[in-house]
Design a protein around this ligand. Structure first.
Ligand code: ADP
Ligand code: ADP
Length: 232
């Protein structure tokens, strides 16, 4: 079964003469338990694809199915709950709250959205990203890679069906990027966490199972990568 499915998705930003077709008829499946990299030139529609697939943006036409739910048939409120309970999102910028500890950064967004996460779930999420001993640190006391791992723990604490990552290593150096990518890879391999990652970096894309190449809002190519268990 597919964790995410797009059918003939078109997305037009804006209206009239100022409108831009960001996605121009995209049909694609993201099977459960796989790691897919979405690549393509700037402006090719990568972010829009991620936003539509995650239910953060509405397609102009076409159908998006996420974790078995047809997003077009969901009310605004149902989609809010769906996002809260079924997806996790990480960005290039870590978007952590400076005044909160790592553990609070992991806990509070879910709680503000009306879902209480238990202390053992917070501990498990921090352990999964190797930050058990940093639970009480604030973002300024952590390296960039550690901050991105806190953001990852925050995205994973609800054990979402799908993790969306938009340029997760865009602000990190080579060594730290590799750590974060190895972690994403391990989460897919060990927990079957379906992951969609937008990246410009071919080295990052090589950690995925498949690469979807976008061009001018269309799928130009889809490449399956043979995974050598000894690599990385
Ligand atoms: P990418 O992530 O590949 O750089 P985007 O999905 O961000 O591509 O953008 C695709 C196209 O849609 C670009 O031409 C961009 O300027 C336009 N676009 C994206 N978001 C918006 C928006 N909110 N309003 C207007 N145009 C947008
Ligand atoms: P990226 O290449 O990482 O997608 P962008 O600069 O294209 O970065 O987009 C950053 C954010 O701004 C995205 O959320 C996108 O939807 C929005 N955006 C992009 N282009 C436009 C635009 N022309 N008008 C309004 N919002 C835009």
């Amino acid at each position: 079964p597919d964790a995410v499915r797009l059918r003939s998705v078109r997305k037009i930003h804006g209206t009239g003469t100022g409108s831009v077709t960001a996605l121009d008829g995209v049909s694609i499946d993201f099977p459960r338990g796989t790691f897919t990299a979405v690549m393509g030139p700037s402006g090719s529609g990568k972010s829009t694809l991620l936003q539509c697939a995650a239910g953060l943006d509405r397609p102009t036409e076409g159908q998006v199915t996420l974790a078995g739910f047809d997003l077009g048939r969901q009310s605004e409120r149902q989609r809010t709950v769906l996002r809260r309970d079924h997806i996790g999102f990480v960005f290039q910028s870590f978007n952590l709250v400076e005044s909160l500890t790592a553990a609070q950064n992991v806990e509070l967004p879910s709680r503000f959205a009306g879902r209480r996460v238990r202390p053992e779930e917070i501990a498990a999420a921090l352990a999964a990203v190797g930050l058990t001993r940093r639970a009480k640190h604030r973002p300024s006391e952590l390296s960039g890679g550690q901050q991105q791992r806190v953001a990852l723990a925050r995205a994973l604490v609800t054990r979402p069906d799908v993790l969306f990552a938009d340029e997760p290593t865009g602000a990190l150096d080579t060594t730290t990027s590799r750590e974060v990518l190895q972690l994403l890879r391990r989460l897919v391999d060990q927990e079957g966490r379906t992951t969609l990652m937008v990246t410009h970096d071919p080295v990052a894309a090589a950690f995925a199972d498949a690469v979807v190449l976008l061009k001018d809002g269309r799928v130009a190519d889809r490449i399956t990568l043979d995974r050598d268990p000894r690599s990385h």
